[in-house]
Write a protein that binds this ligand. Structure first.
Ligand SMILES: [Fe+2]
Length: 347
């Protein structure tokens, strides 16, 4: 074909909204994943004062339902995602406040950071919130929060809003009254489903609002971590436990997984990479997360993002204290699609 003819062919094809595959640059079918965002870190020293200052600007239930700062990655401005699939957000509620009941299709986890006396109710099931506790809000579940204790209550929310929007399935509905009434006895989910290996053979509907474990108290996570630390630490993560659904053994939620890991003083892990994206929340201690060639030093309260297929390793910087990292990831979604891959560094 002569050059002019060739050029007019391409112009004509594109005018009809077609793209010749042979002319598309490599990003379309790349040899390896090329995530469109960088590793990123939010420092607690930047977040905390702004979260506290939000109390002056917003009261839950008045001009908005939640006092939340969303961790919006600078490379993902169009979705306000923390990763391309997930959001991390920090929520704060003051004594006497109520965050009204509603439900939405994005699912959520809560990881409790500090404060005492707040409660979350999910589908009529009221749950306590203490530091280190892990709570679930499945898709389309009614939920509200109230604070009857003292001092500010802070927790981290993890949601799959970018993913739900990408699928085209965002729905939100307010409840028909400000707050739900409690329909099952307090701590019911933990009592029925919190003992490993022993579950109710029959569940009266009335008593099984959510039908599975909804709240994972810190003392149990601590116990599981201690056991793993003494027996089978993971060379890439240190001692790591994954929150799972006790009835299925699978992930707690279909798209979002969560882990807690402990690094011994000065422990350094080996590198690996995987096709899931991860957002770490530094719960205790001080450490460093290597992503690619860069070490990102973190202290308590920082949040760090590892995009898919980025080499990463962990280091505890303390000579004396354990470091604890909570993390959410989209691994269950990636795995369910048959797309989960992991590569480890043998050096
Ligand atoms: Fe990892």
């Amino acid at each position: 074909m002569i050059p002019d003819e060739q050029q007019s062919y391409y112009t004509d094809v594109r005018q009809h909204h077609l793209e010749p595959l042979w002319a598309i640059p490599d990003w379309f079918l790349s040899v390896e994943p090329l995530p469109p965002y960088r590793p990123f870190q939010w420092h607690w020293r930047d977040v905390y004062p702004r979260l506290m200052a939000a109390a002056k600007h917003m009261v839950p239930g008045q001009g908005g339902s939640r006092r939340v700062l969303v961790y919006a990655h600078p490379d993902l401005k169009s979705t306000l995602g923390t990763t391309h699939t997930l959001n991390v957000a920090m929520q704060m509620i003051l004594p006497g406040e109520e965050a009204p009941a509603y439900r939405h299709t994005p699912l959520a986890i809560r990881f409790i950071i500090s404060g005492q006396g707040a409660m979350t109710t999910v589908n009529g099931e009221r749950m306590a919130m203490e530091s280190g506790d892990f709570l679930l809000t499945p898709r389309w579940a009614w939920h509200d929060h109230r604070h009857e204790g003292e001092g500010p209550m802070i927790w981290m929310d993890g949601l799959d809003i970018p993913l739900t929007r990408y699928v085209g399935a965002i729905f939100v509905e307010p409840y028909n009254q400000p707050m739900q009434t409690e329909t099952v006895p307090f701590l019911q989910s933990e009592k029925l489903f919190g003992v490993a290996g022993l579950y109710p053979k029959a569940l009266p509907d009335l008593h099984a609002a959510n039908g599975t474990l909804m709240s994972y108290p810190w003392h149990q996570t601590r116990q599981a971590l201690n056991a793993i630390r003494d027996t089978v630490p993971n060379p890439y993560e240190g001692a790591i436990v994954e929150y799972r659904n006790p009835l299925t053994g699978g992930p707690v939620l279909p798209t979002l997984g969560a882990t807690m890991q402990a690094l011994l003083p000065l422990e350094q892990t080996r590198r690996h990479r995987h096709t899931s994206s991860v957002a770490y929340y530094a719960y205790r201690g001080e450490g460093s997360l290597q992503i690619g060639q860069t070490w990102h030093d973190w202290v308590e309260g920082d949040v760090l993002v590892v995009p898919p297929w980025h080499w990463h390793a962990h280091r505890n910087r303390s000579h004396s204290d354990e470091a604890l990292l909570f993390a959410i990831s989209d691994e269950p979604m990636v795995a369910a699609l048959g797309l989960y891959r992991e590569e480890v560094d043998h050096d």
